[in-house]
Design a binder for this molecule. Structure first.
Ligand SMILES: C[S@@+](CC[C@H](N)C(=O)[O-])C[C@H]1O[C@@H](n2cnc3c(N)ncnc32)[C@H](O)[C@@H]1O
Length: 407
């Protein structure tokens, strides 16, 4: 028990079946008492979640009194732990709470949120860091340094690689790209001895999503809102590249134990089509120019699997949007995220999918400010379809709106 108390940090004096009245609610009463008495600030949320889950499992599986064994703890911390545990807890929560603590009933929502929120929040923060490659940013700096030296025909010293912390400017510039979703600009020497900053995204894009942190935060906001408010439907991104945004959507469902919604991941897996629509004239992002944007479906499913998030709640729609989206067996959408860059790709997605967005659902437009043809498609579609819900700005690239609940 003391081990558990150590994990739970600070509840040592509250853990004991003697004080709690029975073996199967060990630690639980104290956690709840403390929450209801003090309306806890965020810090002890882990205590609550850990103890509550353990107590619930103990109750559920009839484990020996006070024997929160190591298998249970392992289950708690493994990749699917939260989903498994919150599934058990949802089923058991009411029984335990009402049976043992009448007063808790009035704090139901608050307690559920507290118990869910801290572990889920930590998992989702870690997921975002990983998708943005923030955890190993020094290694990203090492690779970019080698690329920079290659372009400038300079040798890379081993000491430069070892002491990469010395590359403060490079590390700061990389950190900024994680915030903005922008590409890193490299100082490249010109023939006349001057230096210009040049993009080299085809080589330097190493993260699993290129949308940056504020847009991941926005996805989290939209998905959590539709879950909290029971807005029906699946989530889709049209234009997934390496899949990072959709991996994140799947991770949010996993964090909250949601098993009845699907993540649809639509892409050509061959890059952006060459511009053929007059509105896209001059915007050639095809694989000829940006081979980095052509990522195969095998690579993407591999990444989902690496995150432990590849399962039958993920469906890939492979091909051009104009061919795949209309016939896709999607009934309803709670979140529609558009990231196809072009006028044509935006229209080809909005046309068949907008009508499937539930009232109260969200439409996110990744390229509204960064690709003028995409903005033209959105403005035109909204005008023709008399959509007047307010556009909210996410960052320098993107906007979103929420379909009215009475739409
Ligand atoms: C900018 S990337 C998407 C970035 C991604 N959302 C992320 O999280 O990093 C654009 C993607 O849209 C896809 N795409 C663009 N137009 C398309 C179309 N008409 N049909 C199928 N895929 C398309 C490209 O293959 C590419 O993977």
């Amino acid at each position: 028990m003391s081990q558990i108390a150590a994990v739970g940090k600070g509840l040592a004096t509250f853990c004991g079946s003697a004080q709690e009245g029975s073996a199967d609610n060990e630690g639980l009463a104290s956690c709840f008492d403390r929450v209801t008495l003090t309306k806890l600030a965020p810090s002890p949320c882990v205590d609550l979640a850990v103890h509550f889950h353990l107590a619930a499992l103990n109750h559920h599986f009839g484990l020996a009194a006070a024997s929160y064994n190591s298998g249970v703890l392992e289950e708690l911390v493994n990749a699917n732990g939260w989903a498994v545990l919150s599934g058990h807890c949802k089923a058991l929560y009411f029984t335990i709470v009402v049976r043992n603590f009448d007063t808790i009933e009035s704090h139901w929502e608050e307690l559920l949120m507290l118990a869910k929120s801290d572990v889920a929040r930590r998992y989702l923060e870690l997921l975002k860091k990983s998708l943005l490659n923030e955890l190993y940013i020094e290694n990203e700096a090492r690779i970019v340094l080698v690329i920079l030296n290659l372009i400038n025909k300079r040798a890379t010293g081993l000491a430069d690689l070892r002491d990469v912390a010395q590359q403060r400017a490079l590390l700061d510039a990389l950190a900024l790209t994680k915030e903005t979703g922008g590409a890193i600009m490299l100082p490249v020497a010109n023939a006349d001895g001057t230096v210009s900053n040049k993009g080299a995204r085809n080589f330097t894009e190493l993260s699993h999503t290129m949308i940056g942190r504020p847009r991941l935060d926005n996805i989290q906001f939209c998905v959590e809102t539709v879950l909290d408010e029971d807005v029906p439907g699946d989530m889709i991104e049209t234009g997934i590249w390496r899949g990072g945004a959709t991996i994140f959507m799947r991770g949010i469902l996993a964090a909250y134990g949601i098993t009845d919604r699907t993540i649809w991941a639509a892409d050509s897996f061959e890059g952006v089509p060459p511009p053929t629509h007059p509105e896209d004239k001059g915007l050639d992002l095809s694989a000829k120019v940006f081979p980095i944007l052509a990522v195969s479906v095998d690579e993407v499913s591999n990444l989902f699997a690496r995150y432990g998030l590849l399962d039958d709640q993920v469906k890939f729609l492979k091909g051009w949007f104009k061919d795949t989206l209309a016939p896709a067996p999607i009934e309803k959408l709670a979140v529609l995220r558009l990231d196809g860059d072009l006028y044509e790709s935006t229209m080809d997605a909005l046309g068949p999918l907008y009508g499937k967005v539930s009232p109260g659902g969200f439409v996110i437009v990744d390229d509204y400010f960064s690709c003028p043809p995409c903005k033209r498609a959105i403005d035109e579609f909204r005008e023709v379809n008399k959509i007047d819900e307010k556009l909210s700005v996410i960052d320098g690239h993107s906007v979103f709106w929420r379909k009215r609940k009475d739409a």
